[in-house]
Design a protein. Structure first.
Length: 201
């Protein structure tokens, strides 16, 4: 396996907004798509962030013992390194659930597939590919795990579009109540403090 380095923006050890359940997320640096209204413009410049070897990124993610999300920035801008990362994660933890978010649509990805080294490895290794750019006007207060409704959670193995619309509450072992962002907003409203408490800030 090659010794790639990745451009990293940040890690979030425990996230409730980057896919179903509690997850560990790495946000990669660099995105040429520049979606109007993007919530993370600081991740656009490819010359920002910091470099880390892939094995160190894998170790950091695995250390938390949670499912993994790879977001950006634009992860497919570093497709070769992402391919090595997901292989390394599964070698060290078989069955680990992995989500990759991309601002490209699935059709866009297929059109430029020859220019994305490691793409087919990524598609075989990840459980969900969330595709599409953020589109102003296609967001709403009750949507969860995506920025806008055009973005689709796809099973790369079957190309099935998954249903992420279900809202729910759960009660933890210590009796604490948690819920998906949409469920919390539906019951309590959309105040800033509630959104922050649900991991959205």
């Amino acid at each position: 396996m090659r010794s790639w380095k990745m451009k990293i923006n940040k890690f979030v050890a425990r996230s409730l907004v980057d896919g179903p359940g509690e997850r560990t997320t790495v946000y990669l640096q660099g995105c040429p798509i520049n979606c109007p209204g993007c919530h993370s413009p600081a991740r656009h410049p490819a010359d920002a962030g910091h470099e880390m070897p892939v094995d160190e990124v894998a170790a950091r993610l695995l250390d938390v013992q949670l499912p993994v999300t790879i977001s950006g920035g634009e992860p497919l801008l570093q497709s070769a390194a992402v391919a090595d990362l997901v292989v390394m994660l599964h070698l060290q933890k078989p069955g680990l659930h992995i989500i990759v978010y991309t601002g490209l649509t699935y059709d866009d990805i297929m059109a430029i597939a020859p220019a994305l080294p490691g793409l087919w490895t990524i598609m075989k290794q990840v459980d969900v590919l969330v595709d599409g750019p953020y589109v102003i006007g296609e967001d709403n207060d009750y949507m969860q795990w995506r920025g806008s409704e055009n973005q689709r959670p796809i099973d790369p193995g079957t190309l099935e579009i998954l249903d992420w619309s279900r809202q729910c509450f759960t009660i933890g072992e210590a009796g604490e109540l948690s819920g998906t962002a949409g469920a919390v907003r539906a019951v309590f409203g959309s105040g800033w403090e509630l959104a922050r408490m649900c991991g959205e800030a």
